[in-house]
Design a protein around this ligand. Sequence first.
Ligand code: CP
Length: 313
Amino acid sequence: MKQFLTLDDLTSFDAQVKLAQKIKADPYQFETIGKRKTLGLLFFNPSLRTRLSTQKAGRLLGMDVMVMNFSNEAWAIEYENETIMEGLRSEHVKEAAQVVSQYCDVVGIRAFATLTDKDKDESEQVLQRFIEHATVPILNMESATAHPLQALADALTLSELSLPAKPKVVLTWAPHPKALPHAVGNSFTRMMQHLDADFIIANPKGYDLDPRITKNIPVIHNQDEALKDADVVYAKNWSSYEQYGQILRTDNTWMLTPEKMKLTNNAAFMHCLPIRRNVVVSDGVLDHPTSKVIEQANNRTYAAAAVLKNLLS
Ligand code: CP
C-alpha cells in the first residue's frame, strides 16, 4: 500500500481489521518493523485522539515520531502553481512536501474541509498536492471528505460487540451548533458497505450525505423510525451537503436521549469524539454502559498501527 487516503486504498478490508485485532491482542509484536523509520504527522486542524493514537501506533512499531502543528508552528503553505507569493503564504507545497519527505518515511496529514467551497474540498487539495510532491507514503488523518482511520477503528469496535447476525446499525445525524464536515459520516458509510449488516442512515431533510457515497443505502428522515430495534446507534453531526456547509436547523429534537435509546434493541452507542454533552447526546446515553465511545478511541491506536504496518511494508 503506497498511500492511505480512503478505505478503497486497502488491498483487503477484512485483512486490515484482522491485523488491527491481532495488534490489539499483542501490541508490541511488530516493534522492530519501524526501526530507524520516522513518522511525520502534519496537523492543519486540532486533534486529540488522532494526534496521540497515531503517535502511539508509530511507537508500537518502533518508529520515531515527529509532529508539527501547521496552524501556529509552520510557515503558511501555498498550493497554487505559478502564483506570485506576495501574500501571507511563505512556503510552497512543492518545497514543503519534498523537504518533509527527506525527514520522514511516512507522512500523516490532517486537513479538514473548508465547508465554503465544495469543489475545492472534494479535490482534497492539501492531501493531493502533498502526494504530488512527496516521495514517501501519505496517511490521511482526516481530510475534507474522509476519515478512514476512524472508520477502521469503528470496524474494530463493531467486531468486538456481541451482535446478532446481520445487526441493525443506524448512523444518525445529531445536532451541533457549528457547521461540521462530512468526513466521519462518509467514511463510516463506506466502511459499513464492507459489513453484513442492516445499515440505514437517519438525518433531517436537507442533510442527506453525498449520494455517490450513500449509493442505495436507505436514508430515513424520521429518527424514531430509524432507531426502532437498532443494535448499534452511531451518532454524528454534519452540515448540509446539498446547501454546502450550511446549518439548516438548531433545535434539539434529534439529540440522542435515554428515551430515544429505549426504541432500540438495547443498542451500543458509538461516536467518534469529541462530543458536546447534552447537545449531540445527553449524559444519560454517554455515561450508560452501552456507550462504546472510549473503546472506539482506544481502537484508534490499533487501527493506525495496522495501516502504518502496511505502509511500511
Ligand atoms: N475522532 C477524532 O478524529 O478525534 P480527534 O479530532 O480528537 O483527533
